[in-house]
Design a protein around this ligand. Sequence first.
Ligand code: GLN
Length: 194
Amino acid sequence: MKIGVLALQGAVTEHIVSIEKAGAEGLPIKRVEQLAEVQGLIIPGGESTTIGKLMRKYGFIEAIRDFAGLGKPIFGTCAGMIVLAKRIAGGEPGHLELMDITVARNAFGRQRESFECDLEVKGINEPVRAVFIRAPLINETGPNVDVLTVYNDEIVTAREGNLLVSSFHPELTEDYRLHQYFADMVEASLAAKQ
Ligand code: GLN
C-alpha cells in the first residue's frame, strides 16, 4: 500500500517516516501524475496560502478533488486541514473545499502559538501526543462530520468519510498512531473496492 505526501511545502519527510512506521510505503508527491501511484494522500502543515497557491499553479486542485471523488482517503494536518476545509472563517476563499467544516486560522493566539499536549482521539486507545504550531481549529462541522477530539471545548481532530483532519502535527513526535489510523482508513477503502 502506498500513501503519498503532497510535497509542495511543509513537513514532508517527517510524514513519510511516520507513515512507514505505520507499515505503508510513503511517496513524496510533486507532480499530479504521481497521484495515480498512491491509494491515500497526506497534505502536510506549512502555510496554507502558499500551499493553496502552489496547488493552483501545478493543477493539484482538480486532481485532488478527483482523487477524493474516487473514494481515496486524504489526511490534512494543520495547514493541510485548512486546505481541505469548505470554509475558512473571516471570508478568505477556500482551496480544495472538500470537507464540511469551517476552520479558523492561527486560532490559539499569540500566548499559545506553539505548544504540546496529550489528547484523547476517538478510536485510539491511549492519548496521542500532539504538537500545535500556529494551529487552526474547527469552528463548525456539517452533519456527516465525526468529531474525534475536543480540546478545551475546541474541535481539533475530525473525520468525514474518507477525509481526516488534525489541527496539530502528528508527524513531529514518535507517536505514529494517527498515521496508523489513517493507514487503516486507506486499507479499508481498498477492501471496500474488492
Ligand atoms: N498558520 C498556518 C496557516 O494558517 C498553519 C500552521 C501550520 O501548518 N503549522 O496556514
